[in-house]
Each structure stands twice: as C-alpha cells, then as structure tokens.
Design a protein around this ligand. Structure first.
Ligand code: ZN
Ligand code: FE
Length: 254
C-alpha cells in the first residue's frame, strides 16, 4: 500500500503532517492537538507515532494531549532541548521503523542545536521542519549560520525528486526576500508567480521538490557566484555569503 499523506495546518502558520500506511499512523511534529485530532477523526485513523524534529513549542505543544488520547510513541532528537514525554531518542545514522515505512534520521543543527530531519528514501519524502523551508531556511538560533549552511549542504545531497515538507507556511515572504539576493534567477521568478497564485487561492505551497529548492532557494545556493555578486561578496567563502543572506532575511520587511 502506498503511504497516504495529509498536511495539517496548525496555529497561525505551522504544518503537521500525517503519514498512514497499514496499521501505522504517524504525525511529524505536534504544534497543537486539536487540528491533528480532527484530521485523524476525519480519516478514521488512530495515531501510533509522533515524530518530533526539534524542541520549539510550536512543534511539541500538542504532544501531551495526543499521547494521552492515543498512547502514541514519541520519537525525537537526542541532542536537542527538552521534548515532552519522549520515548525514543534518535540522531544521525539511526533509522525509525514505522510498520512497513523506514525513516533515516539526519542531524541538521543550526536552527536549534539538535534539530533532526526524517528521510523516507523509498517514499521520497523529506521532513525538514525548520531547517529547510520552501524557498527559505530557519533562523540560525542555537548554532552559527555556518553550521546551518553545513546542514543544508547535507540535504542538498539527497535526490532531487524528494518531496520537501517543512514546518511553516513562510513561502511567500521567503520568495520575495529571495528575489532581493538572486534577482536574475528565472526559476525563482517563476516560483514566485506560482506561490502568489497558490496563496491568493488559500492553497499551501508545501510540499515542494528538492530539485526546485536547488534551483530557486538562495539558502541552498549560497555558493553560487550570482548570489555572492548580488550581495557584493564575490569570491567570499560560501559560508560567509550564507551568513550574510541569513542576516539580511532576519531584517527583511516584505
Ligand atoms: Zn523552530
Ligand atoms: Fe517552528
């Protein structure tokens, strides 16, 4: 049976994702319980696993209510801040078995010290949460930008036909910012138009394809000379260019 996937909008701009296959139903991140319970009820699914990417409250606050109601197993990062009610701690090199589904865990520090992502190689799914956004990336809060850049380089090695699910609907703002540091990128201009159309219709922009991120996401392209040139850093270390565009995004009003 192919895996069934449901995107669940939570809070103001978060996403949780449900995965269902056979007797398994997993949620990736738990921003709040109510919309996740509602989505489960609608499908008649019983939650068996809660996969957490990092400790921020907008990713874990739903855990206690979901665990109480369904008894689901909580799996999360070994090296991050406190994850409520965690049953199994995982990190780089670990695999998570969910019935017939297998996820690989990658450490992607930067946004938080122990942020992890889940890679379902067979199903071609990447759950990147707040490490990699559609056309953006998370703020480097707990580690320097150079560390986050290394994490994005790690994700860049995954197959381009992977679907990228991220933690927030930030795409429109990300796209507008991206154009300021990569103004001549035709793929980006095309994406911005598509994203504007989708958002005007109230549709999510998640997931995207990793290949689309490689083509249009400036944070995945910090070693492209066009971006270095656009920010006046020709010949600079890509990690420094990345830090500069991450800083500019922090201050971007758009
Ligand atoms: Zn976060
Ligand atoms: Fe978040």
């Amino acid at each position: 049976m192919p895996v069934e996937i449901r995107l669940v909008p939570c809070l103001s701009d978060n996403y949780a994702v449900l995965l269902h296959e056979g007797g398994i139903t997993a949620v990736i991140d738990a921003p709040e319980a109510a919309p996740i319970e509602k989505a489960l009820d609608k499908e008649g699914w019983k939650l068996t696993h809660i996969l957490i990417t990092h400790h921020h409250s907008d990713h874990v606050d739903g855990i206690p209510a979901l665990k109480k109601k369904y008894g689901a197993k909580v799996i999360g990062p070994r090296a991050d801040g406190n994850i409520p009610m965690i049953d199994e701690k995982v990190g780089e090199g670990d695999t998570v078995k969910l019935g017939n589904l297998t996820a690989r865990v990658l450490d992607t520090p930067g946004h938080t010290a122990g942020h992890i992502v889940y890679v379902f190689d067979k199903e071609k799914l990447l759950f990147a949460a707040d490490t990699l956004f559609v056309l953006g990336c998370g703020r480097a809060i707990e580690k320097p930008a150079s560390v986050l850049w290394q994490s994005l380089l790690k994700l860049r090695k995954l197959p381009g036909d992977m679907k990228v699910y991220c933690g927030h609907e930030y795409t429109l703002g990300n796209a507008r910012f991206a154009l300021t540091v990569d103004p001549n990128n035709a793929a980006l201009k095309k994406r911005l138009a598509e994203v504007e159309t989708a958002r005007a219709a109230g549709k999510p922009t998640v997931p995207s394809l990793l290949s689309e991120e490689l083509a249009a996401n400036p944070f995945m392209r910090a070693d492209d000379p066009a971006i270095a040139e656009a920010v006046g850093m020709m010949g600079a270390d890509p990690a420094a260019v990345f830090a500069e565009i991450r800083e500019r995004k922090n201050n971007f009003k758009g």
